[in-house]
Design a protein around this ligand. Sequence first.
Ligand code: FE
Length: 261
Amino acid sequence: MSIELYRDANHACLMFTDLVEEDEQAVQSNQFLIVDHGTGAVIDPGGNLAFNTLLLTMSKYFPPQKLSYIVASHADPDIIAALDRWLTSTPAKLVISTIWERFAPHFTKVGKTTGRVIAVPDAGGKLPLGMSELWLVPAHFMHAEGNFHFYDPISRILFTGDLGVSMMSGRQAQTPITRLAPHIPLMEGFHRRYMASGKILRLWVKMARRLDIEMLVPQHGAPIVGQTAINEFFDWIDTLSCGIDLFDERDYQLPTARISP
Ligand code: FE
């Protein structure tokens, strides 16, 4: 289903959830569409499971021929596995980190990406969208080596990809988080294993606190809404031990356990 995160006369942000409901082996994912003055961008549009529904729903807001960008936080399968179909059905360009520019063509037929990839340098930038612009904000190693978050200055939504993810499904994944504490058990395991290091999280928090944010919207689970919950999230992430901080010699031993086939 689709949820309007923001709408005014010329601008809208939509979130699509549970498009992969029919396959319970696949992790619940959110996909996003930003529309400004009749043109649009999809953010982290997902794999083949989500493609049909997303394209159909998008067509209610504007023709697929008006899609300017496929914006990808990183290059995981739940982000751009359906890239070939998006490049076939729309004239959109893929916007992705320079780190992944030459890996993305592996998702498509030969030559499909020629002239259709906008490679974003590590410093990020501001991408024109309709009469507005989408900020491509550095979020490297959270979790991918080349990784961006996307800030929409009109709705004041920061789309955070795999940061802020909580493991939930169905209605729970659509209910905004307004206090963080009850959700930490759904977030902690993921962030400890997927986020690269505490240093990176602290650098990100320092930068993100300077943005005027109404909503943090991750790619899995529910949006984090309002100043209270957003500040609680910043405080939590600022001191979290994660990733390489937690690994030591015990984690690098030759294997002994037999994996049952
Ligand atoms: Fe990922």
